[in-house]
Write a protein that binds this ligand. Structure first.
Ligand code: PLP
Length: 405
């Protein structure tokens, strides 16, 4: 439990690794396991969610003269970096108030004959409104790429997996995303001809790299050794506290991405580790769901801070963490002043709306996106890791209750 200063709760509920995952054995491939889990015919494995998006955008770009990609104004900076990498134009759509979805009216207004793709995003494990994006996309003959990087295992109300309703979908297997190969990505597409094209593009633009595979394999071994409440203090908690002491919020959450995207294949050993882990994912996510439901109830019952927890309107998401919206930026900052540097797994998702990252200024257009900025300003996250025990969660609830700013 997180009373000891030698204990760290991770900010997201990663699937705890097992030594047996590292051993070679005759198991279905990662691609086959993922296809079975998602209920689709085929899954393409890439070295990251970003690489999967690069492959998808490259394939679409080759079939069209269109150049614009519409994304939510609050999303992972890597999405903007992937769009720029492909030589495409980013167009930002504001969010609905207090939610992860793109504003319907603005999305409709942004869509035109230059729109190559719309990227509805299942942020924080929540299920996004993909149908609204599909309606806009069909009007202008654009494609829908579901960004399910943070939502492997989430389902629409009809039971189908998120990522499988748009033309293309992708998932991340990066550290912190549940099942991980340290870095990794999965790519799916509804149409068989498009799937063939995605494979062709991948074979053409994604090289093998022994150096990258070696580096990632060592990192994955380190992850297996240290992804536990004791190891995490040294590799995650202490560096985060150091960044916070230095006022480096972007560094504290790891939003400081390189503009150069590593593109290489994902080696067979790391794939077999991911394939082993898939066998435990469903049960683990079920436990996460039950814990999240009971903790949301606990948080909202005592809700003197008038905070809101993001819930699902379009299906059943996954619960790597609870995303909490506080009544004001001042209230959020007051709560974080007491919680962020503790070992309780309280943090923030992306620090800014996309136009507000100085280091992205050359690739992200300025845009009036008040709801995305408000979302970034009022949100905090509470880990749903099994290592956050009831006493730790109760402590967090008390701080939120007593935050009156
Ligand atoms: C919403 C979103 N999209 C895309 C990505 C990129 O995925 P990856 O880190 O696997 O490259 C991430 C990763 O954090 C993400 O959160």
């Amino acid at each position: 439990m997180p009373r000891s200063f030698l204990y760290e709760v991770p900010p997201t509920a990663g699937l705890p690794p097992r030594f047996g995952d590292l051993l070679p054995s005759a198991t279905p491939t990662l691609s086959a396991r993922a296809a079975q889990f998602l209920g689709v015919d085929e899954v393409q494995v890439e070295c990251s969610g970003t690489a999967a998006l690069v492959v998808a955008l490259t394939a679409l770009k080759r079939q069209s003269h269109r150049t614009s990609v519409i994304v939510p104004a609050y999303t992972c900076p890597l999405v903007a970096i992937a769009v720029a990498h492909c030589g495409l134009k980013l167009r930002l759509c504001d969010l609905v108030p207090d939610g992860i979805d793109m504003d319907d009216l603005q999305l409709d207004a942004l869509c035109d004959e230059d729109t190559l793709a719309i990227v509805p995003t299942h942020l924080a494990g929540r299920v996004a409104d993909v149908d609204a994006a599909i309606t806009c996309a069909r009007r202008v003959d654009a494609c829908v790429i579901e960004d399910a990087a943070q939502a492997l295992g989430a389902r629409f109300a009809d039971g189908s997996a998120v990522g499988t309703r748009g033309d293309i979908g992708f998932f991340s297997l990066a550290v912190g995303k549940g099942l991980t190969t340290f870095e990794g990505g999965l790519l799916v597409a509804r149409d068989a001809a498009l799937r063939r094209e995605l494979r062709r593009v991948s074979e053409e633009i994604i090289p093998r790299s022994f150096a990258w595979e070696l580096k990632r394999s060592v990192q994955l071994l380190g992850y297996h050794a240290l992804y536990n409440p004791f190891g995490l203090k040294f590799v995650h908690g202490d560096p985060r506290r150091r960044a916070l002491r230095n006022g480096d919020l972007i560094g504290a959450v790891g939003d400081d991405f390189s503009l150069a995207i590593p593109l290489h294949t994902l080696g067979t050993w790391r794939q077999s580790i991911g394939a082993h882990a898939f066998a435990r994912l469903g049960e683990f996510q079920h436990e996460c769901f039950r814990r999240a439901q009971s903790r949301i109830a606990q948080l909202l019952v005592k809700n003197r801070a008038k905070s809101d927890v993001l819930l699902d309107h379009f299906g059943h998401g996954t619960w790597p963490f609870l995303l909490v919206l506080m009544p004001s930026e001042a209230a959020r900052d007051a709560a974080l002043a007491r919680l962020w540097s503790t070992n309780l797994g309280v943090s923030r998702l992306f620090i800014h709306a996309l136009p507000d990252y100085a280091y992205l200024a050359d690739i992200v257009p300025q845009a009036d996106v008040p709801n995305a900025r408000d979302f970034a300003a009022r949100m905090l996250t509470i880990s749903n890791s099994p290592w956050l025990d009831d006493a730790g969660f109760e402590r967090i609830c008390r701080v939120l209750e007593n935050t009156t700013a």
